[in-house]
Design a protein around this ligand. Structure first.
Ligand code: BEZ
Length: 211
């Protein structure tokens, strides 16, 4: 089974480097980032887990709980985490799910058999507090992910959940946004007191409304 945007994120119970995880209890009312890895003791994954650990404050600021998944055992994760802490000069501060029989991976579609039937791919799932799937991205094993991009998407998701705006290409927090097409141009001034620019009837920009 694979999941799609808008689906309810499947709940599960799994062992992890921080003990048994009941996924929904772990998430509570926070946003969630679940990200999968091909295997323990692999170079790209080692740098990825280190990078995420260093972004702890950024995830906390945004009320996001992070959880990784790799198909090796809890005992393997414990040894690997020692290596990550040492080589990446950080402390892994989030759980790593042990998924040796691919239970969670199959639930979330992290196995792409034509890429590999032994390893999970590098997927990221962002889940909103109402447990809906808001973003899915998948990278090949050979390409490490850009976690600043994950933070950027979270900023966009949290903004667009509350305002009638969307974020344009390469947008970063603080930059102008676009007014969604459903808002008529004559209604923009009342809804966006910071003003707006009409570049085309369908392309209207406004300063980021939550700043
Ligand atoms: C890695 O994490 O470095 C990796 C894992 C599987 C294949 C290639 C690279």
């Amino acid at each position: 089974m694979s999941i799609r945007l808008g689906d309810t994120a499947p709940d599960f119970v799994a062992e992890s480097s921080e003990g048994k995880i009941n996924f929904y209890e772990f998430l509570g009312n926070s946003w969630g980032v679940l990200f999968s890895h091909p295997a323990d003791f692999t170079p790209v994954c080692t740098t990825e887990l280190g990078s995420v650990a260093k972004l702890k404050n950024e995830f906390e600021k945004r009320n996001v709980k992070v959880i990784a998944l790799s198909v090796d055992s809890v005992a393997s994760h414990a040894e690997w985490i020692k290596d990550i802490n040492q080589t990446q000069n950080t402390l892994v501060n989030f759980p790593v799910i042990a998924d040796p029989i691919f239970e969670v991976s199959k639930l979330y579609g992290f196995v792409h058999p034509n890429a590999s039937d032994k390893f999970t791919v590098r997927s990221v799932v962002i889940i909103s507090p109402d447990k809906k799937v808001k973003l899915l991205i998948t990278y090949p094993a050979s390409t490490g992910r850009n976690f600043d991009e994950i933070l950027r998407v979270i900023d966009s998701l949290q903004l667009t959940a509350n305002y009638n705006v969307a974020t344009p290409a390469n947008w970063k927090n603080g930059e102008d946004v676009v007014v969604i097409p459903a808002i008529k141009t004559e209604d923009i001034a009342a809804k966006f007191p910071k003003g707006f620019t009409e570049i085309k009837p369908y392309l209207r920009t406004t300063p980021q409304p939550n700043l």
